[in-house]
Ligand binder design. Sequence first.
Ligand code: MG
Length: 400
Amino acid sequence: MLPPMQHPKISLLAGIVAVALSGSSLGASTGPRFYGDPPDDHHPWAVHDGNRPQPPRVVPGTFSSPNQAGKPPSDAIILFDGSDLSQWQDDKGQPPKWVVKDGYMEVLPGSGQIQTREGFGDCQLHLEFATPAKVEGDGQGRGNSGVFLMGRLEIQVLDSYDNVTYADGHVGSYYGVNPPLVLPVRPPGEFQVYDIVFRRPIYRDNQVVDPGYVTVFLNGVLVQDHTPIEGPTGHMGRTRPRPFPEKGPLALQDHGNPTRFRNIWYRPLPPRPSEGGTDGRLTTEATMAKRAEIAAAIRADAAALRDPANPLPEMLRWFESLVYAEDAAALQRATGLAETYLKSLKSLPAPQLAGKRDEARQIRDAFRYLAKFKRVPDSFAPLVEIEQLIRDQGWDRRQR
Ligand code: MG
């Protein structure tokens, strides 16, 4: 398969349509049309679909070092930037008593866990922690804290540096459920980095639709690999699957050790197909609903492009809508514009007609695409006509 750069006809056609797209309700997306395989029963977009929205631009942050917290990406929601605990509260909804100093917060042992004032669900979460430089205790008693996702599921924080404890209780564990794959730990007192991708369990009518997953990197090393969520974390007891709410607070544990945290932020994640998201493999019902929505937006765009002096952009847009959903009126309008276009093409004096070679071939290719994927009737008259014109003009012969 050749990349688009090696198909000059595509960039030309994209150019025509890009002009047509200005002011589109679908946004200023660009890219080839009538190109990759069209939408099907499980994918509302074509392959390489030029109408598919562009991913939002994010300014990346900077990486942290043990001595220096990095900068969050531009779309991060900041939970703690080192200055205050205004985003946090204690168990009773009061301002936390934890210590804030030199850009970090520190557990005040005995004051209880703290949690965010706002709840959230699926996320990419970043935080950094340092277990106490002064090593005291052993096993679960050394540098213990914890990151409780939605207040329910603990990703353990522990000084696991030369410290033996049960495997499912080490730093990087989904506590009591799954040990970390490895222990990529830094010495006590050094800041370490957690990057967590969390997807909560989804239930419908008390049935699991998606168990949810947690992926964890510790100091850039994978320690939880898309681990299925078995349930909220408990101590000693075997957890069981159960529904989670849509949102819950992020909580940090007070386990009696003065562990420090800094640079805490998250980015909410878009919904999965199982909860209404439209990227990925969808159900046929969801696919058809999205295809109808895309087609309607393109048709609104096409109607706004009406210009008797230049019917091409409007015509292409109507035809494009048929790639997503059938519509008799759209087909009729598009076909009428195609007939008008072909009539005007044929009436051009020879020198002007000669300049239409590339354009005509692009329109022919668009019509061929529509015919190949049954978006226009068999023996589609405008296709037959433009193929004849191209043959008559010798426009398909190799040019030197
Ligand atoms: Mg803990």
